[in-house]
Design a protein around this ligand. Structure first.
Ligand SMILES: Cc1ncc(COP(=O)(O)O)c(C=O)c1O
Length: 469
């Protein structure tokens, strides 16, 4: 596909967009200190690239927001969405009506998902998929006569979304802010961050500690009160934390021992980011009781979330009971246009060898990025396949961080942006989660630009007296 016609940019007036944006648009995690001028206005796209309203091209190392898996401006995706909108843009999914794409996608997901995860509840994104998981688990436990089994164990540094419930499950200390949270039924255990594991412990010992902590937490709360354990296969926004080997399997076994359901939040990892449709079984060897997904499900072309539950859970919740209806659902559950987008995206991922591309190019990405470890500012490079992260530190030996006000991740991402690469800053981290179609040359570009940008930032920090170098 070729880049957009230069004439395409004539329709945009960046200053006018900035004015409207600044005066009216509240963004997620809004930056109220608003940059000079205005936001980066992304207006056009092509493959792995996006273009700002003035026509400058960027390689999108963020994949939108870990979601544009098949890449931008894919004509088949556009056609599938247009065809479905023309046929039937919307109909209610409630009670006893369905749509062809909704039914077809549910069957497709059941086919792709591991084990008996055959029943699918659609929502509007990752947060609502996780809310749905909790609500269905509560419903399941009520229906099997265990209403007190309602507590949830989550991980420090987890990110499960931004609704009231999903944000209450989150474990990112920096996100705890001037809001209310559901705290009475939510409990937390340590994050499986290898890099920041206790000094002197091996990965095996670290895993032992984490598993012992999980078991102790279940016993402390009381197994009769613990409903489920939530974990991302690899924590995403919490810092791309790849757990120590065997962690998920052992956590799953502990959950089984105490009749605690295992929820795998695959909002980022599903649909190819680790080289498979789902990562739980293919990569980590577990078949959870519930999988939630969103993002790459439609490659970001339309909003959609899905919560897959096991046949065992379904058997309990599907016994008709007029006194306890399944009172949960969204107007846009199983939106036909979103489901058509998901079906096409899944087809493209498999048919066009995109999953294979991730499996083949992913290790190259990991290896190239690991080369940045030689830079004095880089403490850790971690992740897997197309889900990677660079951690910047003040001192590699002590892993001491730079002061928050330095905003090192943002400085580096700004330097990358100037060079035509978008990477995501989160505190002292820079995250890369590009479209899954990147080839080796594009990976080289990402890593080269990141290297130059880190070096430039390091020089600035020394000059400004923030860092010894
Ligand atoms: C692992 C994970 N779960 C849930 C969510 C929330 O998804 P959404 O923003 O679509 O509600 C995110 C978003 O980044 C995520 O990374």
């Amino acid at each position: 596909m070729s880049r957009p016609n230069p004439g395409a940019f004539e329709r945009y007036d960046t200053k006018e967009i900035w004015r409207k944006d600044k005066n009216h648009y509240i963004h997620p995690w809004h930056d109220f200190e608003s940059p000079e001028g205005g936001c980066l206005v992304i207006a056009e796209s092509d493959g792995a690239y996006v273009f700002d309203a003035d026509g400058k091209r960027y390689l999108d190392g963020i994949g939108g927001m870990w979601c544009v898996n098949v890449g931008y401006a894919n004509e088949e995706m556009v056609q599938a969405i247009a065809d479905q909108a023309r046929r039937l843009a919307y109909y209610s999914p409630f009670v006893d009506t369905t749509t062809p794409p909704g039914a077809e996608l549910a069957a497709k997901l059941a086919d792709l998902a591991p084990g008996s995860l055959n029943r699918v509840f659609f929502s509007t994104g990752g947060s609502t998929a996780n809310d749905t998981a909790v609500r269905l688990i509560h419903y399941y436990n009520h229906r099997r006569g265990k209403p007190e089994k309602a507590h949830i164990i989550c991980l420090d540094e987890a990110y499960h979304g931004s609704t009231f419930l999903a944000m209450s499950l989150d474990g990112k200390a920096d996100d705890r802010s001037a809001f209310c949270y559901i705290d009475d039924i939510v409990h937390r255990v340590s994050c499986p961050n290898r890099y920041r594991r206790p000094e002197g412990t091996t990965l095996e010992e670290f895993c032992d500690l984490l598993i012992a902590e999980l078991e102790a937490k279940i016993l402390e709360v009381g197994p009769e009160r613990v409903a489920c354990f939530f974990a991302e296969p690899i924590q995403g926004a919490g810092g791309v934390n790849v757990p120590p080997p065997g962690y998920h399997k052992r956590a799953f076994d502990v959950c089984r021992k105490y009749d605690v359901l295992y929820v795998s939040d695959e909002v980022v990892t599903a649909f190819g980011r680790l080289g498979h449709y789902f990562a739980s079984r293919e990569v980590f060897g577990i078949t959870p009781d519930v999988i939630t997904c969103a993002k790459g499900l439609t490659s970001g072309y339309a909003p959609l979330g899905a919560t897959l539950i096991s046949e065992e859970m379904y058997e309990v919740v599907s016994v008709p009971d007029l006194a306890s209806p399944l009172s949960h659902g969204f107007t846009y559950s199983g939106h036909p246009v979103s489901c058509a987008a998901a079906l096409k995206s899944i087809e493209i991922l498999g048919r066009d060898g995109i999953l294979e591309n991730v499996r083949e190019v992913g290790p190259y990405f990991e290896k190239k990025l690991a080369g940045l470890l030689e830079l004095p500012l880089v403490g850790d490079v971690r992740g897997s396949h197309f889900m990677m992260c660079v951690e910047n530190v003040a001192d590699k030996a002590t892993k001491e961080m730079l002061p928050n006000e330095v905003n090192v991740g943002k400085r580096i991402s700004d330097a990358c942006e100037a060079r035509g690469l978008l990477v995501r800053p989160i505190g002292h981290l820079n995250i890369l989660s590009p479209p899954l179609i990147l080839d080796r040359d594009q990976i080289d570009f990402c890593v080269d630009v990141l290297r130059e940008s880190i070096l430039e930032t390091a020089d600035c920090l020394v000059r400004e007296g923030f860092w010894r170098g």
